[in-house]
Every structure is written in C-alpha cells, then in structure tokens.
Design a protein around this ligand. Structure first.
Ligand SMILES: [Zn+2]
Length: 254
C-alpha cells in the first residue's frame, strides 16, 4: 500500500544509528515523507535529507517551545526559498509546556511572523497547537493562511472551526490509542485529512511506546478506514492526493 507521511522528523538524533536504513526501507515500500523542521538546525537537516532523497520534502520552522528562545526570522526566510521546502513550520502555540503569560505572548508574536512568511512564500503553514485553541483560532481568523493543524486531537466541533478557516487536519497515532476521537474521525471530510506519524514520537498501536517511523503511517490509515468503514487503500489513496495538493508536490517513487 502506498502511503505518505505528512509530518515526521527523520533528522532527529533518535535515528543517528540507522537513519539511512530507516529512510531506504520507507521509500522502498512506497512511503513518501515531509521532514518537518523544529528549530534552525533541524530545519537545515530537513533540507539536507530532502536534497538527498527524491521522496522526501522539507519544511522549515520553529516549534513554539523553542521559539521563545532567541530567533531571527530572517534565518528562516533564507531557508524557505529552497525548492524542496514545501511548507513553513512547525510553528504555533503550546501553552501546555509554556504556562507563563509573557512567554505565551512571545509565542504569538513569532507565530504571526511565520504565518506571514507562509503567505509571502505561498507555502502552507504546518501548525502545532496544544492547550491554546482559543488564541490559535483568533490569530488564524486575523491572519488567514493555507495550513494544517498537525497532530489534531480535538472533537468534531473544534474540527469544524478549523475546517471553516480552510485548514486541513493532521491525524496521527493518537487516534489508535483510544476511541475518544472516533466521532471526529468518522465525520470530518476525507479530502481535508492529512495522515502523519510525528515520528520518532507517538507510534501507533501496535507499536505504541516504541520509536515511531514513517512506515507506521499505514496503521493510522487503517484506523481511519476502520472507523469510517471504508477500505484502507481508499484512505491511503485520498490522503496521498490531499498531501500532493496541499504541499504542491508530485509524489511518485520509481
Ligand atoms: Zn512534529
């Protein structure tokens, strides 16, 4: 089954011992990847992997918890011009790990800068949001952008708010952990879903707790298929199409 992992971090140190092996078996099995940057160094490494492999593309950005340290948006503006950079992020708000009001204001400021960069480069935003939905929706209403809310774990009502803003929803292994999200997964339009692993984190059942890798995105597709009572191949096919359209890429591995 061909699949596409719309959000992963194969550049992370968790793969230092066997990175090329993992990437090779992933691409050989017909699974493409978007390697997502989380700070300046990880964004540069994402580009390196995308340059090296045909089925890998990169995004450049800074995770909200990292963005409250020193950050020069101009550094990212340069990287964003690279032809294999197909998105801006991750960027967003994370109040779970940043409860301090002052630092949250800083996150918002940096987030707006990255959204502006997404608009300017005409590349979609890869958005991280944790415990900050109200502020997130407020900012997105005032700064309209093409984007995906990655690792989405809200209910159907919250999904609707993001869908109304034109955003895609990124679903990952979390939906295999519990039936809590079944109603949302069953009811959001399939043409607005991207599937992802967020590897090395959040490995889906049956690998929960282990190091995750892009190939396991298949279990996310299977879970969506099971909830919606459709064949897994249909979910895989549609989400590949969605990713191609969303990131403006042509995914084929020879
Ligand atoms: Zn991530």
């Amino acid at each position: 089954m061909l699949t596409f992992d719309s959000h992963c971090h194969p550049q992370f140190p968790q793969y230092d011992a066997d990175r090329e092996e993992v990437i090779k078996r992933t691409l050989a099995a017909g699974c493409g990847m978007i390697c997502v940057g989380t700070d300046l160094e990880m964004s540069k490494k994402a580009i390196e992997l995308a340059e090296k492999h045909e089925g890998i593309w990169a995004t450049v950005g800074c995770h909200p918890n990292e963005s409250i340290k020193e950050l020069q948006i101009t550094d990212y503006e340069e990287l964003a011009k690279h032809p294999k950079v197909v998105g801006i992020g991750e960027t967003g708000l994370d109040y779970y790990r940043t409860p301090e009001k002052e630092k949250q204001e800083k996150q918002k400021e940096i987030f707006r800068q990255f959204l502006a960069l997404a608009v300017e480069t005409k590349k979609p935003a890869v958005i991280h949001c944790r415990d900050a939905y109200e502020d997130m929706i407020d900012i997105l209403k005032n700064n309209p952008v093409a984007g995906v809310v990655h690792s989405f774990t809200g209910d159907f009502n919250l999904a609707g708010k993001f869908l109304d803003l034109g955003l895609f929803l990124g679903l990952n292994g979390i939906i295999t952990f519990t039936d809590e999200y079944d109603n949302m997964v069953a009811n959001v339009p399939l043409d607005r879903i991207l599937i992802e692993t967020d590897a090395p984190y959040l490995a889906p059942v049956p690998y929960r707790g282990k190091r995750n890798e892009s190939l396991y995105v298949e279990f996310v597709a299977q879970r969506i298929a099971e909830i919606r009572s459709v064949p897994p191949e249909e979910v895989a096919r549609q989400t590949i199409k969605n990713a191609e359209k969303f990131f403006g890429i042509d995914f084929h591995i020879s």
